[in-house]
Design a protein around this ligand. Structure first.
Ligand code: FE2
Length: 447
């Protein structure tokens, strides 16, 4: 959001639009499968879709109707069922959850009351209300669960239920792009203290010194990743960290998740399952569904490394012409369909080199949207971090066991995507819409 959008009447309209858009996406994801599919657990890594559905409503009730509106709990007996910290995902199917019809009715009732509250909200008086933060947080929460539910759709077996057009082919200039771009060294402003709906882990803005480095112009493609596979990358412990190699052996990793090679032949065609459809792997698309360990091994094999989180953000935001830090690679305007592949418009990343209008000042493309990008960094607090509005949003996850991902994927809605937005996950995780790009230091060369 920009300054002018913070005028109360404009803010009210933006909030209504974001809440409605999120609910349309939730409906698409939950109305497209039958009741059996809604209550089934498709993977121990995921909740049944019907849990997400009622959890979205429960968080909306908790933060907007109770915290902001001062109401009592509508159904105190179900609150513990939908507390993500009380029940891990694997346990959720055993709970006495609301049935699909009940979950929908609950969500509908909460939303009606929230829209009434929004009509008379003043956006002042408390920190939760300021700039409509609580509403923005809840809109982001719902679309984050939409992405989670989209992951469940990719995991589920059976006939495809989602469909979408393919992104446009890469523009003609994609084939002439340099493999890497130079990001100049020096200080830049990382994080934000001004973005109204930024979450606690993105705050506060602070100065970070970054040495000059080269970054891949686009995310690593499936075609490039096949070269890593074909040259025995999965069988050579030199490319893997100790923990990565151990995991690679234990989990018997040989290719990205959902990939298979026709007939199991060394030279056969790679195919992958995409939301229930088996199709040839497209070599020009960013590789998807790789773990941090695989991304890190690929980078070593290529003689490179993963970028740090600070390097990634500097590439995405820093404008050497002005010395200023932008909200997005393309400038300060909100995302648009011509700038980035976001919002589940497509069910896949766009070919590498797409979205020239969304390029960063350094020339890198697709930093926002398409695939989440693994960084080399552990998830930790910025200097001056303050947990807000609750510790369980970020603080309890800080530590070396989680790696940071940046930039969002085709499954992330614009309201929850910024150049400051931080995602985190375990280095073994592959079901998320994650890829990566590689980097190398430029210091030695410039010295
Ligand atoms: Fe949640």
């Amino acid at each position: 959001m920009t300054e002018s959008q913070l005028e109360p009447e404009h803010l009210r309209a933006v909030i209504a639009r974001e809440l409605t858009g999120a609910r349309q996406r939730t409906a698409l994801l939950t109305d497209s499968v039958d009741e059996a599919d809604l209550v089934r657990q498709h993977s121990p890594l995921m909740s049944p879709l019907v849990w997400d559905l009622a959890h979205i409503a429960n968080q909306e009730e908790l933060w907007l109707l109770r915290e902001v509106g001062g109401r009592d709990s509508m159904h105190p007996e179900i609150d513990p069922l939908y507390d993500a910290f009380e029940h891990p995902r694997s346990e959720r199917p055993t709970l006495p959850l609301l049935a699909p019809g009940e979950a929908r009715a609950y969500g509908h009732e909460v939303r009606g009351r929230v829209l009434d509250l929004l009509d008379r909200a003043s956006f002042t008086g408390t920190r939760l209300l300021g700039d409509g933060f609580a509403f923005g947080m809840i809109a982001q929460h719902e679309v984050q669960h939409d992405e989670t539910m989209l992951i469940t759709h990719q995991i589920r077996g059976g006939a495809p239920v989602l469909s979408a057009p393919s992104p446009a082919p890469a523009p003609a200039d994609a084939f002439r792009l340099p493999a890497e771009v130079l990001v100049p060294g020096g200080a830049f402003t990382m994080g934000t203290s001004t973005e109204p709906w930024a979450l606690d882990n993105e705050r506060p803005a602070h100065t970070v010194e970054v040495a000059p480095f080269y970054l891949d112009t686009t995310p690593v493609t499936s075609g490039a990743y096949i070269e890593f596979i074909d040259s025995g990358g999965y069988d050579d412990p030199r490319w893997w960290t100790g923990a990565g190699w151990e995991h690679r052996q234990q989990a018997r990793l040989t290719a990205p998740l959902y990939w298979q090679r026709d007939g199991g032949q060394q030279s056969g065609q790679w195919t992958r399952r995409v939301f229930g459809r088996q199709e040839p792997v497209r070599p020009d698309e960013p590789v998807l569904h790789v773990s941090w360990y695989e991304a890190d091994a690929y980078a070593r094999w290529a003689g490179r490394r993963l970028p740090t989180e600070a390097e990634w953000e500097k590439a995405a935001r820093f404008d050497p012409a002005t010395g200023l830090t932008r909200r997005y690679p393309w400038g300060n305007a909100d995302p648009a369909a011509s700038l980035a592949n976001l919002g589940q418009v497509f069910l896949r990343p766009a070919p590498a080199g797409s979205y020239p209008g969304g390029a960063a000042p350094c020339g890198a493309r697709q930093l926002i949207g398409d695939v989440w990008e693994w960084t080399s960094s552990d998830f930790g607090p910025y200097p001056g971090f303050e947990a807000w509005p609750y510790k369980e949003y970020s603080e309890v996850f800080f530590g070396p066991e989680y790696k940071v991902l940046r930039g969002g994927s085709f499954g992330v809605s614009p309201v929850a995507c910024r150049s400051t937005f931080r995602n985190w996950d375990y280095p073994i995780r592959r079901q998320i819409f994650a890829g990566f790009r590689t980097a190398r230091s430029a210091t030695a060369e410039l010295a």
